[in-house]
Ligand binder design. Sequence first.
Ligand code: G
Ligand code: G
Ligand code: MN
Ligand code: NA
Length: 251
Amino acid sequence: RRLELALRTALENAEFDIHYQPVVNAETARIESFEALLRWHHPTLGDISPAKFVPIAEETGLIGAIGEWVLRTACHEAAQWPGNVRIAVNLSPRQLLDPNFLLKLVSALSYSNLKPGLLELEVTETVFLNLTPFTKKVLQQIHSLGVRLAMDDFGTGYSSLGYLRDTNFDTLKVDRTFVKSLSREDPGSGAIIRAVVALAGSLGMTTVAEGVETAEQLDLVREYGCDRVQGFIFSDPLTASDARKLLMARG
Ligand code: G
Ligand code: G
Ligand code: MN
Ligand code: NA
């Protein structure tokens, strides 16, 4: 497999980069956090999407080293930002199974000097598929460091509401497929988002609507009570330097 071979040397050849997408307050549109999104520029294969290479990195175990690099780099970057803006980093389920994950997390925080409360780790619902006592304990330990937890792509995978209650997630990210189908012409299209917002509220979690692209979608997710909004309507993922400029410019 050509991609797998290329992926093995991508870190040492410095082919990865992280882009940062703003997540804004639904009421004020002020930036509250950025999501770190990994980018791979291969010298001959070109830009390869994480949707394509993250699964390969997981199968081969390379995700351990790549994920650690993302965590350290994103924390280091975010520690330079003004105004307590948070950073959200995606974790693959496999990283949570790594017995050294907690050590790596503590190391990234101390190396970057980032306040733990400014870091949020995003995991997808599929972690619930093998939520072993070990994983549950790791989630608890992450939380007791003061690091926040977000459930990503909520509503697309296997989610047990019981697990949601038993674990301590701070944020639910409503998957963009539900945002995409929103329309004023179809009042039923918002049913899932409304239900997720109500569920999150009753479990003490806040919500992010992902993939908001149009003014109509923005109006609707606001009406439904989503706390934060992420999507092309506000901004694409930005380079580190553009993200920094945006924060400096807003005052
Ligand atoms: O940025 P983009 O839409 O291409 O991302 C596609 C997918 O890759 C998303 O599901 C996103 O969560 C995932 N992804 C992006 N960056 C990372 C990362 O650093 N680690 C992991 N595990 N997944 C990532
Ligand atoms: O699975 P996850 O939520 O981590 O995926 C984030 C991905 O969503 C990123 O790859 C990002 O590029 C993409 N994304 C961000 N905003 C939008 C948007 O408004 N519309 C669509 N279609 N994708 C988006
Ligand atoms: Mn995400
Ligand atoms: Na998502």
